[in-house]
Design a protein around this ligand. Structure first.
Ligand code: GLN
Length: 492
């Protein structure tokens, strides 16, 4: 049994751990073995913490299973933008190549307190800037369904690792879709919680008003279990929501006894279901909506009229915040310091030129420009105003529906190197995910089948009102159970 442990869901392996049928060390070893077998082709992990993971697992085993710890003995991976004490945290960048934090991010501390075992850190686009994980300064991650395709990004390492069974769940971060889009490309479940629901303490900042940490797993129940552990108020993060998080897992289990969607109004925005979306994506997403109708959901048309402005608005706001957040990497306080500089301006220039890759440099330049005295009103202020309109679109739509659904991405995973020459094309591919971050609302992506033409996973996206995660989880579980998408990647 132990040799195919990695194919089980997080909650299934947790049950075996709780009864003592599987030890924490055996679970960690099964994942490490799976990593050893798949990493030469996948390149999903930047740092494997085999020794500390096995040590942590051995201490858990010595103390014995603890049912009060929700993730007792469960091996997980963490995106390399999130600090884990004693493990390198590079954020996919050369500028942080030798950075080893001496503290845990709150989300990581919560995972450890719940008994989870941290297996290592996953690959990502440098500073979470990208949609394919190709902007990592270290390696290109492959998609487990087809090794010639990207896993999506920026949390592509986490998505590929979860899909390939290297771990039972992983943390990702989502500033403009970086949990949902790779989840969709790799055929797994990913949640971007409401802004403020999960602490950002210990997360390397990209766009601070947009960033959220969230779970990436193979089932909706698994995502609910992880979210319950990491959600909640954190005094260390001043933007953390000052309200207790519910037990999402218990709420989902209680609802699952009924299991239908009677009374639920599913909103389909006109802007997400038409032009520009591949036919195979629309077909799979429509299939999931039909399944929801079969379970009693009512379908209503809604509109998010400011969608055409979302990409421009997002890239102004995100780059402005990034240019400010990344100013701290100056060769003095953190990370890479150029040894050849002869004066202070030279130290800044050379350290940053050598430490940051081309996409990060591009964004710092554009972000600085849109915040500069002569252009602030034309760009940043305007973007902040449009952002408010985009949020209002959602609030208006939620007056006539409970959950909004649409494709996560207009297409399935694209080929490695297919879009790297054209950053604008890459930005445009985020069209369906970025509005949600601008609005601060929760969303998730679930797999709903394989594209008829590409054979690659298709993701359906669900949007909820603020703090509507429970509703999202219920709807997602019902739809995913009804569709029963294939979950075993064929490429690895
Ligand atoms: N693809 C978007 C970007 O490049 C979103 C990234 C993210 O969510 N971190 O900014």
């Amino acid at each position: 049994m132990t040799h195919d442990l990695h194919t089980l869901s997080l909650t299934a392996v947790r049950d075996l751990l709780r009864t003592g049928e599987v030890t924490a060390v055996a679970a960690a070893q099964a994942c490490l073995d799976r990593m050893a077998a798949t990493e030469p082709k996948l390149h999903a992990v930047l740092h494997t913490a085999a020794a500390s993971a096995l040590d942590a697992a051995a201490s858990l085993d010595a103390a014995g299973p603890d049912p009060k710890k929700r993730l007792w003995g469960v091996p997980v991976l963490v995106k390399d933008a999130i600090c884990a004490k004693g493990l390198p945290t590079t954020c996919g960048s050369k500028i942080l190549e030798h950075f080893v934090p001496f503290y845990d991010a709150t989300a990581v501390a919560e995972l450890k307190a719940a008994g989870a075992v941290i297996l290592g850190k996953t690959n990502m686009d440098e500073f979470a800037m990208g949609s394919s994980t190709e902007n990592s300064a270290y390696q290109t991650t492959a998609n487990p369904w087809n090794l010639a395709k990207v896993p999506g990004g920026s949390s592509g390492g986490s998505a590929a690792a979860v899909s390939a069974g290297q771990c039972f769940g992983a943390l990702g971060t989502d500033t403009g879709g970086s949990i949902r889009q790779p989840a969709s490309f790799c055929g797994i479940v990913g949640i971007k919680p409401t802004y403020g629901r999960v602490s950002r303490y210990g997360l390397v900042a990209y766009g601070s008003s947009l960033d959220q940490i969230g779970p990436m797993t193979r089932t909706v129940e698994d995502a609910a279990a992880m979210l319950t552990v990491i959600a909640g108020h954190d005094p260390k993060d001043s933007t953390s929501a000052p309200q207790d998080a519910p037990d999402y897992e218990a709420a989902l289990a209680a609802w699952a006894k009924a299991g239908d969607l009677k009374g639920l109004r599913l909103g389909l925005p006109d802007e997400y279901w038409g032009e520009g979306v591949d036919a195979e994506v629309l077909a799979c997403c429509r299939g999931a909506v039909d399944a929801a109708k079969g379970l009693g959901a009512e379908v209503v048309r809604v509109s998010l009229p400011h969608t055409p402005y979302a990409v421009a608005t997002y890239y102004i706001v995100a780059m402005a915040e990034a240019s400010s957040n990344l100013a701290r990497f100056d060769g003095v306080r953190y990370g890479l310091r150029d040894a050849t500089a002869t004066d202070l301006p030279g130290l800044y220039e050379l350290s940053r030129a050598k430490g940051f890759g081309p996409e990060v440099q591009r964004r710092i330049v554009i972000g600085t420009y849109v915040l500069s005295a002569g252009y602030y009103d034309a760009y940043y202020r305007k973007a902040a105003q449009v952002r408010r309109l985009i949020r209002q679109d959602f609030l208006d739509a939620f007056a006539s529906c409970d959950v909004i659904v649409g494709p996560t991405s207009p297409f399935t995973a694209f080929g490695i190197a297919e879009m790297t020459e054209d950053p604008l094309q890459m930005y445009l591919s985020d069209i369906f995910t970025i509005s949600l971050n601008l609005a601060g609302l929760p969303g998730m992506s679930i797999p709903v089948g394989l594209g008829a033409k590409s054979g690659m996973p298709v993701g359906l996206q669900l949007f909820g009102p603020a703090f509507g995660e429970e509703r999202l989880l219920r709807t997602a579980k019902a739809m995913m159970d009804a569709v029963a998408p294939p979950m075993t990647p064929r490429g690895i």
